[in-house]
Design a protein around this ligand. Sequence first.
Ligand code: MUC
Ligand code: MG
Length: 369
Amino acid sequence: MYKSIETLLVEIPTIRPHKMAVATMQTQTLVLVKVTTDDGFIGWGEATTIGGLGYGDESPESVKTNIDTYFAPLLKNLKGLNVAQTLKQIKRHINGNRFAKCAIQTALLDIQAQRLGLPVSELLGGRLRDSVPVLWVLASGDTDKDIAEAQKMIATKRHNIFKLKIGSRAVEADVEHVLAIKKVLGTDVSIRVDVNRAWSELEAIKGIQLLQDGGIDLIEQPCAIDNIDAMQRLTRRFDIAIMADESLMGPNSAYQLAKRHAASVFAVKVAQSGGLIEGCEVNKIAQLAGIDLYGGTMLEGSVGTIASAHAFSTFENLAYGTELFGPLLLTEEILKNPLQYQNFELTVPNTAGLGIELDEDKIDQLRRR
Ligand code: MUC
Ligand code: MG
């Protein structure tokens, strides 16, 4: 049934250096997975991560090795199973590897949706919207450059909400940088910050107080991944939204965080969740626990971005919008028709499958040999 499973590492320079507490990116390595069936269907998935092993516990190289060595032979041997039964077999035989599992699941859903002539969103419970709001991340490392970049985004109606990457400088310097940008952009523009787990709890108390007083709307992942106690105390202590990102690794951790109310918002990422279906399960847990939702990115290219958009289009409450801007950070286009960003939103295609067409010649030029 599944004839071939290929994993491609595609290197694309970014439009400018993207500075985060965990890594500075000048190039993104897209991890694309192409699944071909005996009867001629092709499905695509993506397992891109950030900064090698700097962000998560899978690297582009480990995803490729594990898919080629373990997932591909397993998939080729499965016969007569539907997608759910296939995913169950993968879970049974392969531990961990959430990013790789997400890419494979995306490709299988892409194929299944094409067979049924429906968009992937309709296999995930059905879309509630045809587009999702998309913010922009300011991470040039320079206050004036960030301000100019934000003003250009607002003027061209691309983005009107901004997230700032902080955590690599002292708390006071970071706060000064954020509040200088907030002052120029004004009260109507929502500014959030992502600390990428760089602060101790005491640094977080100091930083969050100053940012809350300065009119910032949300603090993302202030403390270490495993420091759920600190996340819980900070969520209780402050009125400002505290969002779990790296601490949220799928339905199980969503349940643990929700039980303790260790965040007021969840950044759902399909790869971190282990798949589109699991991302939707995280949404359900958040909904039941009264936790707000935000659609996150691992700075994927077009495949992972549009797969995420299909999943997020089914969420009832997407109170904080999404950050599905990954393809806009890259200098090369790998789709025959680029994703549609307009009026501060990304359109979710309504054609069958993921609703995208890959430019395989372009991918071939850019792929790592
Ligand atoms: C993260 O931690 O949220 C998302 C946007 C961005 O600039 O970095 C990522 C990862
Ligand atoms: Mg984050």
